[in-house]
Ligand binder design. Structure first.
Ligand SMILES: O=C(O)C[C@H](O)C(=O)O
Ligand code: SF4
Length: 522
């Protein structure tokens, strides 16, 4: 095989997967948008999401800044050289990283060092299978960390919150799958897609679940029982009312695919792989002689570019509508340093627009700030839970290529203490935070702002300049970037008066979950 061409083909596959959402996924998102009532927070989020998908197309830039853990699945004719293909894929990954199409995401688990090129022990994941056909089928999924953290595995029988006993039968499986959607809340950037694996052991069960994510969103399960289960879940999971980003709403789930394998008598696992709306998986058929792409997978049907429905103006107008404010009413502008009085005036549902300075800070920074001084004065400042994709130009200046929020709940052990210690007034992230942070917001006078997860192009455009960076030793995603932003829009979802939209949605969705307690499949 022409390995140079094959490498080029793999590079195309990587770039397209990161920047161009497949058509089957677009159709599902379009459907969700049509179901959502205008003026709701979910409709607003979906407008931002579709706008972001369009921007990623146009900019050929990552849909979401978390370009995930690249996982390749290849089916190859007998005799194709897998060792050479592996090397070509690695080279293509390194090149795509250098070009800003992938975030450097490969971190040494012991030292925390970022390899900078997405290579390293065990990464990328590449799985080969041989087959009798005369072409190569190469598929790639870029599954981000926030949704990966919401995967869940059940060992039957078990007791489930809201649903009671889940036994070793189809109805027990049904309960586990319903529960998996509930427990994810908005944190995996709902509305999501789930792959379910029934049976196997802990590792093959998860593999089977992830395998389901390679099925087309609109296929029909050939197994009648599983088809019924998939249909049931799609019909009922949306009743949970978690909605886009956990803001409440009509669509919580965009796809559900279930696979089954045998198990051993003592084990009965139900494994669920949760994927965010930014469901980045594509595939190509490659000619094994020339190494060239013959065809793209998942791309049947009409183009859906959302061009007719989203523009920046539309999304912002809908944000205002979502907050039940008259469209003409301006969102509240915040510029750091922010005073306690300004914060105390904000309440859940308010829309704010930030202009001026904000600092990124995520996992490594929060841990660091617990025991160290901050590299900058954070009094009255805004912290953005974000690990951006950054590129340096020839003059040595940094540019933001993608910059959406990360899941805030990981900072729950630190957030309140850090806000008080440094006088931070606002944190921006997604998915919400817990009781400890809520109490600290009240005591100290702070606010939690929810940005739209995955909308990395939309937010990158709000960043007007990168004015500096600290703690680069933590690597690009984890460093503290000094950003100058304009019109950065987010919704207050936790205020300084003890109110939390996340707490409310969690409570109401648990009540709704309990309505699915009675047996359905006998
Ligand atoms: O790492 C990130 O940037 C985000 C992550 O995928 C998340 O959803 O929290
Ligand atoms: S930020 Fe959201 S959209 Fe992006 S990878 Fe994480 S879960 Fe997916």
């Amino acid at each position: 095989m022409n390995m140079e061409k094959f490498q080029e083909s793999m590079y195309h596959l990587i770039v397209q997967t990161s920047t161009n959402l497949p058509k089957d996924v677009r159709r599902a998102i379009k459907g969700a948008k049509q179901r959502e009532n205008a003026g709701t927070r979910s409709a607003m989020s979906l407008a931002t999401i579709t706008n972001n998908i369009k921007m990623a197309d146009e900019n050929v830039s990552p849909i979401c800044q978390d370009t995930g853990l690249p996982t390749f699945k290849l089916k190859v004719p007998v005799g194709a050289n897998q060792l050479q293909m592996k090397e070509a894929i690695k080279a293509a990954i390194a090149q795509a990283t250098k070009d800003g199409k992938l975030r450097p995401n490969s971190v040494d688990s012991l030292t925390g060092d970022n390899s900078g090129d997405n290579l390293g022990l065990g990464l990328p994941v590449i799985k080969f299978e041989q087959w009798e056909k005369d072409f190569i089928d190469a598929r790639l999924i870029l599954k981000g960390g926030g949704c990966e953290n919401k995967n869940i595995q059940y060992s039957l029988p078990c007791e489930l919150e809201g649903l009671g006993r889940a036994g070793r039968d189809l109805d027990g499986i049904r309960k586990c799958v319903m529960h998996s959607v509930y427990q994810a809340q908005g944190q995996g950037c709902s509305a999501g897609f789930i792959g379910v694996g029934i049976g196997g052991d802990r590792s093959s069960g998860y593999d089977l679940a992830k395998e389901q994510l390679f099925r087309s969103v609109d296929d029909v399960n050939p197994n009648e029982e599983l088809r019924m289960l998939e249909e049931y879940i799609m019909d009922n999971a949306n009743e949970l009312g978690i909605g886009t980003m956990g803001f409440g709403g009509e669509t919580t789930l965009l796809g559900c695919k279930v696979g089954v394998m045998n198990r051993i008598p003592a084990s009965f696992f139900v494994s669920v792989a949760y994927n965010c709306w930014a469901f980045r998986r594509l595939g190509v058929q490659v000619n094994p002689e020339t190494g060239e792409i013959k065809d793209w997978l998942y791309q049947e049907g009409e183009d859906i570019d959302f061009a007719d429905e989203s523009g920046e103006g539309a999304a912002v107008a809908e944000i205002a509508a979502a907050a039940e404010a008259p469209i003409s009413q301006e969102a509240i502008t915040l510029t750091a340093p922010i005073t306690e009085e300004q914060i105390r005036q904000l309440k859940v549902g308010d829309v704010v627009k930030i202009t001026g300075r904000m600092y990124t800070g995520r996992d490594a920074i929060h841990k660091y700030l617990m025991d160290n001084d901050a590299p900058v004065d954070l009094n009255g400042q805004v912290i953005y839970h974000c690990g951006p994709v950054m590129l340096k130009d020839e003059a040595g200046n940094w540019h933001v290529k993608a910059a959406g929020p990360t899941t805030s709940i990981r900072e729950e052990p630190y957030q309140g203490d850090i806000m008080k210690k440094f006088g931070i007034r606002a944190v921006i992230g997604k998915g919400g935070m817990g009781a400890k942070t809520l109490a600290a917001l009240k005591e100290h006078g702070g606010v939690y702002l929810n940005a739209i997860g995955g909308a990395a192009q939309y937010y990158a455009e709000c960043v007007k300049s990168v004015d500096g960076v600290d703690l680069m030793n933590f690597g690009i995603p984890e460093a503290m970037w000094h950003l100058q932003v304009e019109g950065f829009t987010a919704v207050v979802t936790m205020d300084s008066h003890g109110n939390s939209l996340h707490e409310d949605v969690e409570k109401s969705s648990l009540e709704k979950l309990a309505q699915f307690k009675e047996p359905v499949f006998k």
